[in-house]
Write a protein that binds this ligand. Sequence first.
Ligand code: DC
Length: 232
Amino acid sequence: MGYHSIAIDGPSGAGKSTLAKLLAQELGFLYVDTGAIYRTVGLAVRDRGIDPADLPAVTALLSEIGIAMGYGKDGLQHMFLDGADVTGAIRQNAISDYASKVSPIPEVRAFLMGMQRQMAQEHDVIMDGRDIGTVVLPQADLKIFLTAVPEERARRRCRELLERGQQADYGQVLREVEERDRRDSQRAAAPLRQAADAVLVDTTGLDLEESLDRLLKLVWERLGRGKGEADE
Ligand code: DC
């Protein structure tokens, strides 16, 4: 029997990674955060002083760098760039911007596609990103399109940054969220959009537990696994 896969797509700050991680724990699936892979390319571009708009330079860089993904004892995904663990470094706010600027480049997407599909061929996965249900895993057993209004997503992002001891200005974070939404959904290559067979889940006004409950119910209906109706 093949492996199961669940695709979760949506804009940044919708709660994808938090919820996908919890779902993965609940189901015993591997959580694959594909944004982290794009962030690692973004970090490499920034570290080498390359302009993300310089397509030939970014494309040439792809064959020079070593990107790897691994799972720590904690079961969490770690990213490596040329052998160094960059799991923390890719979370800097500035790297979100680099990731968003390199991710529209078709060569970058093609380069990273193999890594993502391979994970799904070798494990039961919950994979989150922007194009998992539409491009990377079109055969996923369950596709969820997770969203929330931009203001709520900006509030969550601010909270996250503050918790990490980084500065957060709500107005600026909201502008950045909206700018990234625009870039992610208007790009020509694999734009952010809901797959025809994806289930829309809007987490605006829902807390973590309510959102998780909703997703567990969908998983139960589709895969017959996880928390059943008995918890209603
Ligand atoms: O989810 P995130 O914020 O860590 O993603 C970082 C950037 O990478 C974001 O601008 C969108 C892009 N991305 C993508 O284009 N495709 C994916 N599957 C995942 C992320």
